[in-house]
Design a protein around this ligand. Structure first.
Ligand code: HPA
Length: 234
């Protein structure tokens, strides 16, 4: 089964219609999961910001979300995140499939009481599958990129962006945490990042969260890409 975690792109809606809603109880909390069948293939979809769209990024229960997918028998997880661009050539409107990430603080773990040190990474095979499906659909994606995770909920200062843009291509608040926990549970994890704004100070226009949400929720290519991924990967 394929697992998909959607974010700001799917705040008020799911990309899948006629899904069955289940509450999955985990050691870390209860997670509402939408189970969707397509051509006898099944996908488990989680709304990262909750079904009432009120969980801010620093309060998302990534532990419960990833554990719920594991309990359901999911092997591959695609995280869909909204990001800001750190590079002028990565324009709002495009999609990036990151190949790596940076997250230097607030790193979550399932191993609080054991000496376990995983080596985190994004799953290259799953990444390539996403790129191929996007290409076959004629959706233009940026095939590599480094995702920098900040904690939120506030956006970054201009000085922070001036620093992190030297090391990364896009900035968001969730992917590194999900990828890390997925690795700890031996799940394959890759990410689709929709570029919904230029990060603070990259261009002169004022940056407002409402504009980011508006851009993120108007992505017509995304539901098409996800449906095809379910067909190919689930
Ligand atoms: N910064 C952090 N997270 C984001 C941004 C941003 O500019 N855009 C969308 N998510």
């Amino acid at each position: 089964m394929l697992g998909i975690i959607g974010g700001t792109n799917f705040l008020a809606k799911s990309p899948f219609e006629h899904a069955e809603e289940r509450e999955i109880e985990t050691k870390y909390g209860v997670v509402p999961v939408l189970l969707f069948k397509f051509n006898r293939k099944e996908v488990a979809f989680i709304q990262r910001h909750g079904k009432h769209q009120n969980i801010p990024p620093h309060r998302v229960n990534h532990h419960a979300n990833i554990a719920a997918l594991k309990q359901l028998g999911v092997e591959k997880v695609i995280g869909v995140t909204s990001v800001g661009s750190l590079k002028i050539e990565i324009k709002p409107g495009c999609i990036v499939i990151p190949h790596d990430f940076i997250s230097l603080c607030n790193i979550p773990t399932y191993y609080d009481d054991e000496l376990v040190h995983i080596t985190p990474k994004l799953d290259e095979e799953l990444r390539q599958e996403i790129i191929k499906v996007a290409r076959d659909l004629g959706i233009n994606v940026v095939e590599r990129g480094i995702y920098f995770q900040t904690q939120g909920p506030r956006l970054e200062t201009k000085a922070e962006i001036a620093m992190i843009r030297q090391f990364a291509d896009v900035v968001g608040m969730n992917m590194a945490s999900e990828a890390t926990l997925a690795c700890e549970l031996h799940l394959k994890y890759a990410n689709i990042s929709t570029v919904d704004n230029y990060a603070h100070g990259i261009v002169d226009t004022e940056l407002k969260y409402e504009d980011i949400v508006r851009a993120a929720s108007q992505r017509e290519d995304l539901p098409k890409l996800l449906l095809k991924l379910v067909e190919v990967l689930a």
